[in-house]
Design a protein around this ligand. Sequence first.
Ligand code: PEP
Length: 246
Amino acid sequence: MRQLLVVGNWKMNGSRASINSLLDDLLSAPAVAGTEVAVCPTYVHLPQVLELCASSAIAVGAQDCSHMQSGAYTGEVAAVMLSEMGCRWVILGHSERRQYHAESDALVAAKVAVAVEAGLQPIVCVGETREQREAGEAQSVVSAQLQGALKGQVNLDSLVVAYEPVWAIGTGLTATPQQAQDMHECIRGCLEGIEGIDAQATRLLYGGSVKADNAAQLFAQPDIDGALVGGAALKAADFKSIIAAA
Ligand code: PEP
């Protein structure tokens, strides 16, 4: 039985004041039995969020990490630094990293390796663009991203994969529950073929304009094990409704 997981990706948003108020609201809500919840703020907000969430059921993650262990990599943050602070999760290969920072599958693979070694649980993002979907290439693109990021990794027991169609991120367009389920089934099949992964135990999240009013239908699909939530994770009421739908 896979436990549902709802992760908020706050992206480059928030101030000390807005985060205090968001978490005040989220932490006052009772935990939903059987659903794991995590939030991923910017690096600079991690200490504040870790402190506020310390004795709660909300886990904390980062939105990225360096592909290197340490050294002369100005501006980068090492996975081991994040785990030492108390982070449990790290989002890797988000489409905004691939788009604005030209991250390749090989770079994502290197990040997965250092993250796992540091004891972080990686949430590896994959997804096709609108053009790729219209060209009938969605499944082959996603399979190639999975192979590129995961093949040959040593320990993927804690792996989570997030399917985030690029055309659905921040656009208000959501994959239909059937489109999402079809891709999740394809992803699970692809994971079956990668050595060292227990595909049936691996949680697959859907991401892309998940909202209070579409979450329940998505979570009802057999291969959707939760959500990676962007915009709606910044509003306590919306995020709480998505958690409740899980
Ligand atoms: C995301 O960026 O991970 C995401 C899913 O964003 P949104 O929910 O805003 O589409």
